[in-house]
Design a protein around this ligand. Structure first.
Ligand code: GPW
Length: 841
């Protein structure tokens, strides 16, 4: 039912239209009003947390007005929308970002100061929105920022987890997980208790005949759960466009509890029903690059996908267009295979509920979806057992079988008598038990499939999806190299560098056209510019040193070379290679005379990252890093020459502090395993150099910035297979320097020899799958080159400035424009010039 105000009464609405604050006075007024009314406090009772809340609410009020106008504009224009489906959105903090994107941070700073607060402290009050694991979730967040900043009509859809990624504590050198309950007070979300969808699970399928004699299939779910929408406004930078991130929360469909059961005295079971429903959106699965096939995870996926599609279809239906126009109005991008069920669900809606013929429906489906692959690691490729599907989603399993049947028939027609090809491309793996291969379903049900960096996009075509290139031809597959938003990852994280760049490039335009960075290359020899550049890096290092001191008690010298590896802990990312290298450095320093030692370059090795709670090896790596730190950091022979730091609870807001403070960062995955990496881009953009393998986006970074400005090492992706084969079938000897490292660990130099035996035997006895030993020599030698280069500060700074100048390509704006043009076929919708949004600078 339409709930619009009738024409005659609209005048009153227009007359009383609200607007957000305009200036400092207006801002202060709003903060005081929120403290006194929304928060029911006063100036006698206002701490930093209350100031944070009130300040956020003042900004939120402004945002939501723009949000409303943006949605009205998009509805009016009837333009094609993009829907970005992602199980993870790793947003981090919202306040600083909102202030900068709206362009009112200066106003807030001055206003807060007059009210008695330092803006930095207020910003620090915010709890990160940590609804993601790592790179995949953060990419989704960068994409939302670019989509809004580029004025694309786009929505994100995800799950509103009650618990985000766990908080990591380090106790006795071990990772301990603490739940992240983040919803206590979240001023950035709008509950939409009127926007709900009932989602079914389990049950039976039966066929009926309708009046016309046509058979119709009915799915009778046994369990129904309610999805409730929560909206988060996503502000664009320097534009009034404010997009929406809609997150679904689950609750019992029957209301608080089932009163029938309650009144019958079955109180416990009525509470249990309610809890079972709420469990669906309770927790983010903490695995990165790993799928474990748990029923609750599949339930999460269907719950989210079904609610989102219902919403999308409802919006489309309001336009009263013919179904065949659906792909002209709607583009849906699948962030990895997690939302692949959307393909099946849309097909089900069209054939079972809307009565379309299979082929017409399937045409619509394929033209609607695009699929992004983010990994070639076999353990990360989603497969669900047929029996679990049969149990949880019986109708969807039937549809999958039909999709597969028609697909295999078409393959058979084009490649007759190739039984093995049919077996290889089948969506159903004929294993024991039978499995549904989600990536294959995503390929068959989408019009484009993309990888996230050039090497990765080539690899998927020649390895895991090779047969699909044969079947569909190469044009279905494409590359869109990842990018990062320069708003958060330069302007927000490194404000002083952003201002310095602005002073040389003619203002802040580089934040919306990152290629303008190339202008700073003109100043690479400008003395004053270089001096300021160095000062900023130093100040950022001092800030990190202060954090390290406060959180670990260890004093680090800000003039030392800061060597940083922060990312999820994973064997393929090879933090073990790094820590083995650190031990090698320690042993080398210990073996020197004091005179020799004096000539060495001081280094601080900084690690950070979470291990999945069930990932034993990753946890041992954390343990070893911490144990090495506790030995090295108090060794009087070593002093400032080497410090080893593990930063607890690495997350987006820690990244904003750590990345600008790095001199060299490590992106050292086994070649061919890291699809892209995105922190590599963030580090270079912030004036740090990188040491890395020829993997993921490192290769394109090298092409852009020049090979003199990056420290590459190690074996190439093309050689990995042969090396692994040789480990298993030939003789495998460990690099002699690495063997000395193992010896030191096994002698108990870092405690707990038992705990570290697994890490060593993985290399020595179990085939060294990640090529630690093969790459060790080259890694150590390359670090020696890093030391040498850092000694020549003048040349080092030249490399840093040159690299930043050439990073324009890696903006997520470029990336989103490529998706928009090559995959989504959507266009920006600019705000009417008369819109009264006051925007950045
Ligand atoms: F396995 N990525 C991630 F492909 O952070 F799904 N988590 C994941 O579960 C997966 C991928 C998945 C990362 C890639 O490892 C990284 O190389 C890439 O830069 C990032 O996704 C964004 O594309």
């Amino acid at each position: 039912i339409e709930a619009s105000i009738p024409e005659p009464q609209r005048e009153a609405w227009i007359k009383h239209q609200v607007s957000g604050f305009k200036d400092k006075d207006g801002f202060e007024q709003e903060v005081v009003r929120h403290v006194e009314t929304t928060l029911a406090r006063s100036m006698f009772n206002c701490d930093e947390s209350a100031a944070y809340s009130a300040c956020s609410l003042a900004f939120r009020d402004r945002l939501i007005l723009e949000w409303n106008r943006t949605q009205q504009r998009q509805t009016f224009a009837d333009s094609k929308r993009l829907y970005y489906l992602s199980l993870e959105f790793l947003m981090g903090r919202a306040l600083d970002n909102a202030m900068l994107n709206i362009g009112k941070k200066d106003v807030a700073k001055a206003g807060l100061a007059e009210l008695g607060f330092r803006i930095e402290d207020v910003i620090e009050e915010e709890h990160d929105a940590a609804l993601g694991n790592g790179g995949l979730g953060r990419l989704a967040a960068c994409f939302l920022d670019s989509l809004a900043s580029l004025n694309f009509p786009a929505w994100g859809y995800g799950l509103r987890y009650r618990y985000g990624i766990f908080k990591q504590e380090i106790i006795g050198g071990y990772q301990v997980e603490v739940p992240d309950y983040w919803l206590d007070f979240n001023p950035w979300e709008f509950p939409r208790h009127d926007v709900t969808v009932d989602i079914g699970f389990y049950g039976h399928v039966h066929k009926d005949m309708d009046e016309s004699g046509k058979t119709v299939t009915h799915w009778e779910p046994r369990e129904v759960v309610k999805a409730v929408a929560f909206d988060m406004p996503i502000p664009g930078y320097a534009t009034p466009s404010t997009n929406n991130l809609r997150l679904w929360s689950s609750k019992a469909a029957s209301g608080e509890f089932d009163f029938q059961k309650f009144n019958n005295g079955d109180y416990e079971s009525s509470v249990a029903d309610q809890q079972r429903a709420e469990t669906i959106s309770a927790v983010l699965y903490p695995n990165d690059n790993l799928e474990r096939g748990k029923e609750l995870r599949l339930k999460q996926q269907y719950f989210w996908v079904a609610a989102s599609l219902y919403d999308i279809v409802r919006r489309f239906k309001k336009s009263r267009r013919a179904w065949k126009e659906f792909p002209e109005q709607v583009a849906v991008q699948l962030n990895d295979t997690h939302p692949t069920l959307a393909i099946v669900e849309l097909q089900r809606i069209l054939i079972d509920l809307e009565g379309l013929e299979w082929d017409e429906a399937w045409n619509i489906v394929v033209n609607t979806f695009g699929y992004t692959n983010h990994t070639v690691l076999p353990e990360a490729l989603e497969k669900w057992s047929v029996s679990l599907f049969q149990h949880l989603l019986p109708r969807h399993l039937q549809i999958i079988y039909d999709i597969n049947l028609f697909f295999l028939q078409s393959v058979e027609r084009r490649f007759p008598n190739d039984r093995d090809l049919l077996r290889r491309v089948s969506i159903i793996e004929e294993s024991q038990p039978k499995m549904v291969r989600m990536a294959f379903l995503a390929i068959v049900g989408s019009h484009k499939v993309n990888g996230v960096a050039e090497l990765h996009s080539d690899l998927i075509k020649t390895t895991i999806f090779k047969d699909f290139v044969t079947v569909f031809g190469p044009d279905k597959f494409t590359n869109v190299t990842n990018g990062i938003t320069p708003r958060r990852w330069l302007h927000q994280a490194n404000p002083r560098l952003s201002e310095l760049i602005a002073s040389k490039t003619g203002g802040h335009d580089f934040l919306t056209d990152l290629t303008l960075l190339n202008k700073i290359e003109l100043y690479v020899n400008d003395k004053e510019f270089r001096k300021q550049w160095a000062e900023i890096k130093h100040a950022n290092k001092v800030r990190l040193a202060q954090h390290i001191k406060a959180s670990t008690g260890v004093t680090v010298n800000p003039s030392a070379l800061f060597d940083v590896q922060v990312k999820r802990i994973h064997e393929y990312k090879r933090q073990q290679l790094n820590i083995f290298g650190v031990i090698h450095r320690y042993l080398t320093l210990k073996a020197m005379t004091p005179e020799e030692r004096q000539k060495q370059l001081p280094r601080v090795s900084i690690f950070g990252g979470k291990a999945a709670p069930g990932y034993w090896m990753a946890k041992q790596i954390i343990h070893l890093i911490n144990n090495v730190g506790s030995v090295v950091n108090k060794d009087k022979d070593i002093g400032d020459l080497l410090k080893v730091i593990f930063v607890e609870d690495y997350n987006v807001s820690k990244a904003e502090m750590i990345i600008p403070a790095s001199d060299i960062s490590e992106h050292i995955s086994t070649a061919g395993t890291e699809a892209s990496g995105t922190s590599n881009m963030k580090f270079v953009l912030n004036g740090g150099l990188i040491i890395g393998t020829c993997d993921g986006a490192n290769i394109e970074i090298t092409r852009e910035i020049g090979e003199n400005n990056i420290f590459l090492f190690g074996n190439l992706a093309e050689d990995v297979e042969d090396l692994r084969h040789a480990h298993t079938y030939g003789s495998h000897t460990v690099d002699p320097d690495l063997a000395k490292v193992f010896e030191a660990i096994e002698k108990g130099m870092f405690g707990d020899t038992h705990d570290f035996a697994g890490m060593i035997s993985a290399v020595r006895d179990h085939g060294d799958y990640y090529l630690i030993s093969d790459d060790f020599r080259s890694y150590i030698e390359t670090h020696a080159l890093v030391d040498e280069a850092y000694r020549n500060q003048e040349e080092w700074i030249t490399k840093c400035i040159t690299s930043v100048a050439r990073m324009g390509f890696f903006s997520s704006d470029r990336c989103i424009n490529e998706y928009a043009e090559g995959i989504w076929n959507i266009e920006p919708l600019h705000a009417d010039k008369s819109a009264d949004g006051v925007r950045a600078d």
